[in-house]
Design a protein around this ligand. Structure first.
Ligand SMILES: Cc1cc2nc3c(=O)[nH]c(=O)nc-3n(C[C@H](O)[C@H](O)[C@H](O)COP(=O)(O)O)c2cc1C
Length: 186
């Protein structure tokens, strides 16, 4: 259940990887299942593995209509994937005054170095990166072959908290954007 849930909020899920046979699908599918199970969101997918996800009007429209973003990303060489950055850079003002949470995965770092860098990127776009998120260290050992995650995994509680906080910010910032356009001072 989301805070202030009188209106459905729109969530855009960003895939961080565009590699063939990417592990990103496993993590994103689990994330989407949790979003559905916890409720309150209408979800779009932004996927750099598809032409529409890399650039163009449908990418811009999905970012413009979203109230919040959830980035599912691996870490490549201690940074964020180029495909994800390229997708972020293809849009500009439509990120403004909207919250961003992260679900990261990788080796022992769990993708946290990529997330720290992405916080700087999103802050420069006037988005609001959250502290709460989910990090999967040794990700490929945590998921079963069918893509399921054992019920006792701490990621369930981390995801619940991150989505609640994302909903708090999404609702608060949507109200604020409606009251006063973010660009009013520019
Ligand atoms: C080019 C490359 C660089 C990588 N660098 C890191 C890294 O710095 N830290 C880490 O934890 N894992 C690293 N990995 C492992 C990835 O986290 C792991 O392969 C993951 O499954 C990649 O996500 P994807 O399959 O969705 O593309 C790297 C993988 C690749 C392909």
């Amino acid at each position: 259940m989301l805070p202030m849930h009188e209106q459905t909020l729109r969530l855009a899920l960003l895939y961080g990887s565009d590699r063939p046979l990417r592990f990103c699908d496993t993590v994103a599918n689990w994330t989407l299942q949790r979003v559905d199970a916890l409720g309150g969101w209408k979800t779009d997918r932004l996927d750099p593995a598809t032409p529409a996800g890399r650039h163009g009007p449908s990418l811009v429209r999905k970012v413009r209509t979203a109230d919040a973003f959830l980035v599912v990303t691996p870490e490549y060489n201690h940074g964020y994937p180029a495909a994800l950055k390229s997708m972020i850079d293809a849009v500009y003002t439509q990120w403004q005054a909207k919250p961003v949470a992260f679900v990261s995965y990788g080796g022992h770092s769990g993708g946290l170095r990529a997330v720290e860098q992405l916080r700087q990127v999103f802050a420069s776009l006037h988005a609001v990166p959250l502290r709460d998120g989910v990090g999967f260290a040794n990700a490929q050992a945590r998921f079963a072959a069918d893509g399921s995650l054992p019920r006792e995994d701490p990621a369930y509680e981390a995801m619940r908290l991150a989505l609640w906080r994302l909903g708090w910010w999404a609702s608060a910032l949507r109200n604020a954007r409606q009251a006063t356009p973010y660009d009013a001072a520019a």
